[in-house]
Design a protein around this ligand. Structure first.
Ligand SMILES: *[C@@H]1O[C@H](CO)[C@@H](O)[C@H](O)[C@H]1NC(C)=O
Ligand SMILES: *[C@@H]1O[C@H](CO)[C@@H](O)[C@H](O)[C@H]1NC(C)=O
Ligand SMILES: *[C@@H]1O[C@H](CO)[C@@H](O)[C@H](O)[C@H]1NC(C)=O
Ligand SMILES: *[C@@H]1O[C@H](CO)[C@@H](O)[C@H](O)[C@H]1NC(C)=O
Length: 425
């Protein structure tokens, strides 16, 4: 019994680790663009708005980049928050190299962008029209009816077929209303939380005075994990009235991070995340695991899935969570609180999880494929990349480093699965 529990736990960890990595390893757009100083301004904005994380978590992608002179003119006219969607519109969810652009079927196509994935796009706003014009010219424009094809393909920057392609274009892709966006720091936090079904959390941060601290933080960066009203009513949640006011403030601070971390960025968090409660009094950290599109926060005492994004406007992000996050530093000693979600989850569905790695070790080989092909790629690339127009070597070094890390984690996952299997048998 103890052994099978241990096996389940190990397997669960291996599977969690495997799925966590599969969400992370696609590419590092920041590192790739670091080799091309002509696009350093766009690279900087892609990092600060966290668009880079959205790009890195997608396997097949084309990034349209603007030369610094064009990008700086665009940035001068707009706030970083309103630039975010303009940058998303430059990320195509398909692979286009020069050849494919010039060979478009029928000479025109509509392609989906990262902006479409936000749910904010109305009508055709999340799509881009690519059209071959006379004289070999390839033009880009918004797919919103009546838009002009105002942006031209100028050159290929870097290709890693068929994962990521970087292409320079002459001008941003814009539609009327793209930049209409209120400043997030002016948002009424209480109203937003109440509307999102987090009335109890809203009233706690108001009555404790925490709201003032959050509002100050919203200017520079704030992520809130707001428990829903159901979360506060759930079994196992300690009676908040029995907490001292200092502990209540700590608990509320534990639900906030003083930086901008939208859901896609949390997926790539490598380390435990410090919360606003972190400090001399304790670590008060949160760790993150990813399973497909699900992001789960772990406190050491309990776990909570992120339910939904209520507000995502750089630099403020409000996410609702399904459980109250109970920090180990405050609640770690109460054994009755241990809901054991990890072993519990592994136990409820042990059959598929045990079966998969033992009989047909699915996650491990899927992962192992990544490093294997990637290791081949430097030798491979001259042959497989006929249109190599740029110095690949520097970028490949960066790719190799993450490859090594992936290989290490892969072997760890495999080792854990093997140990688990051995214990089970
Ligand atoms: C991507 O590369 C940049 C610059 O080289 C580095 O700072 C960053 O940590 C990398 N991101 C990931 C997710 O590895
Ligand atoms: C793209 O835009 C051009 C010019 O507005 C238009 O003629 C063409 O039909 C559009 N392509 C598609 C696939 O809608
Ligand atoms: C924010 O919203 C709450 C609840 O809807 C309301 O009571 C409060 O007056 C609003 N505050 C401001 C500054 O508008
Ligand atoms: C492209 O992505 C696939 C799947 O993630 C990976 O296996 C392959 O190694 C990547 N190719 C290159 C050249 O990086």
């Amino acid at each position: 019994m103890v052994n099978s529990r241990l096996a389940c736990l190990l397997l669960f960890m291996a599977v969690a680790l495997a799925s966590w990595w599969s969400a992370v390893i696609c590419h590092n757009i920041t590192a790739i663009l670091d080799n091309f100083p002509d696009y350093s301004i766009q690279n900087g904005y892609m990092s600060s708005t966290k668009i880079a994380d959205e790009v890195n978590s997608r396997q097949t992608i084309t990034c349209l980049v603007l030369p610094n002179i064009v990008m700086s003119a665009l940035a001068a006219d707009h706030t970083p928050a309103s630039l975010k969607n303009a940058l998303r519109l430059l990320v195509l969810l398909d692979y286009f190299d020069s050849q494919k652009l010039h060979d478009i079927d029928g000479g025109t196509t509509i392609t989906t962008t990262l902006f479409q994935t936000t749910g904010e796009a109305i009508g055709q706003e999340g799509f881009v029209n690519i059209t071959n014009l006379r004289g070999g010219r390839v033009a880009f424009g918004s797919a919103v009816p009546g838009s002009k094809l105002t942006s031209d393909y100028t050159k290929s920057v870097r290709q890693i077929p068929y994962n990521i392609s970087i292409i320079e274009i002459s001008a941003p892709i814009i539609f009327p209303g793209l930049f209409d966006d209120g400043a997030a720091s002016d948002a009424n936090l209480t109203a937003i939380l109440e509307k999102a079904g987090c009335k109890i959390f809203a009233s706690l941060i108001s009555s404790s005075g925490m709201i003032k601290i959050f509002q100050v933080a919203m200017v520079k960066g704030l992520t809130l994990f707001a428990p829903t009203d159901e979360a506060f009513k759930a079994k196992g949640v300690p009676d908040l009235n029995s907490l001292s006011s200092a502990d209540l403030v700590t608990l509320l601070q534990y639900h906030a991070v003083a930086s901008y971390n939208p859901k896609d960025s949390l997926k790539t968090a490598h380390h435990p995340i410090a919360t606003m409660a972190s400090g001399a009094a304790g670590n008060y950290e949160i760790t993150v695991t990813v399973q497909g599109d699900d992001v789960t926060l772990h406190t050491g005492v309990d776990s909570s899935r992120i339910a939904r994004t209520v507000l995502d406007e750089t630099p403020v992000c409000i996410l609702t969570v399904e459980s109250v996050l109970l920090p180990e530093e405050l609640f770690g000693n109460a054994p009755s609180l241990e809901p054991a979600p990890a072993p519990g989850a592994a136990e409820e569905s042990p059959a598929p999880q045990v079966a998969t790695p033992v009989m047909a070790p699915a996650p491990a080989p899927a992962l192992a494929k990544g490093p294997a092909t990637a290791v081949l790629s430097p030798a491979d690339s001259p042959a497989s990349a006929p249109a190599a127009e740029s110095p690949d070597d520097v970028a490949d070094k960066e790719d190799d480093r993450s490859t090594a890390a992936v290989a290490m984690v892969t072997s760890l996952c495999v080792a854990m699965a093997v140990v688990a299997a051995a214990v089970l048998l």
